[in-house]
Every structure is written in structure tokens, then in C-alpha cells.
Design a protein around this ligand. Structure first.
Ligand code: ZN
Length: 134
């Protein structure tokens, strides 16, 4: 079951350039920075009430986020739903005919297991499911 929106992923060219906007203009605090080598991405997290913001800086132009920025520019990249049953959630989506990017969850940032649904099946919204690592 989906329990809430966990975070919004926002693609930026540079964390060092983008973080001051969130800190100075919005008054949010960067809580955590982390590299996710498997996705070739550097992340920075901001706490915004119950929802987090996850800034994503590509580590290379051919990485998923690098390609996203080349195609769409900077901006909202994905919506992440917290679920209490990651495998079941993926199965439910697959059973409903949704194309999965990852049929098997992998370890993302902040110690969570994550998997993505393909935006072609989700009305253009790259959708992430995430759950704490068991
Ligand atoms: Zn995410």
C-alpha cells in the first residue's frame, strides 16, 4: 500500500549551484548529500515537512539524469511514493499493465530500496516506489 509521497526528485546541473537557492531563497536546510554510483548521480536531500526534496546532479552526460537534463532541461524528475510493500506494489503495477523500469528493487539514496515505473505507462511522470531497506 502507498502510504504517502516520500519525495520529489528534481534534476539540476549542479548541486553546488542549486543548493543555495533552496537554503537561502526558501530557507530549507540540506540534510544529507550522497553519491549513488549505480545511477551515476549525486543527491542532496531537503526536509520539507513530511515530504523531502531530492536534488539530482548527473555524474556523467550518459547517466539517466544526464540524459533527462539534455532532453528536458532542469526540473521535476520524479515523484516517489513510500510503500509498505515494495515487491507487492511493483506486482500490482505490473498486473495493471504498467511498464516497469526495474522489476527488482535496488538500493537507492538514504538507505532505501527503490524501483521505478516507466513514464510512458504513467502519463509522463517518472514514478518511484521506495521502502526502508529490510
Ligand atoms: Zn528518488
Amino acid at each position: 500500500m502507498i502510504t504517502r509521497i516520500d519525495h520529489l526528485g528534481i534534476a539540476v546541473r549542479s548541486l553546488d549551484v542549486a543548493i543555495p537557492y533552496y537554503e537561502k531563497a526558501l530557507g530549507l536546510k540540506c540534510e544529507h548529500r550522497e553519491e549513488v554510483a549505480s545511477q551515476q548521480v549525486r543527491t542532496a536531500f531537503f526536509n520539507c515537512g513530511e515530504v523531502h526534496l531530492e536534488l539530482l546532479e548527473p555524474m556523467s552526460p550518459d547517466s539517466p539524469v544526464g540524459k533527462f537534463i539534455e532532453k528536458n532541461g532542469e526540473g521535476i524528475h520524479h515523484v516517489a511514493f513510500a510503500t509498505d510493500n515494495l515487491t507487492g506494489q511493483l506486482q500490482q503495477a505490473a498486473d495493471a499493465g504498467v511498464k516497469l523500469i526495474h522489476a527488482t528493487p535496488f538500493e537507492g539514496a538514504a538507505g532505501k530500496m527503490v524501483a521505478f515505473l516507466h513514464p510512458k505507462s504513467t502519463f509522463g511522470v517518472l514514478t518511484e516506489f521506495c521502502a526502508p531497506k529490510a
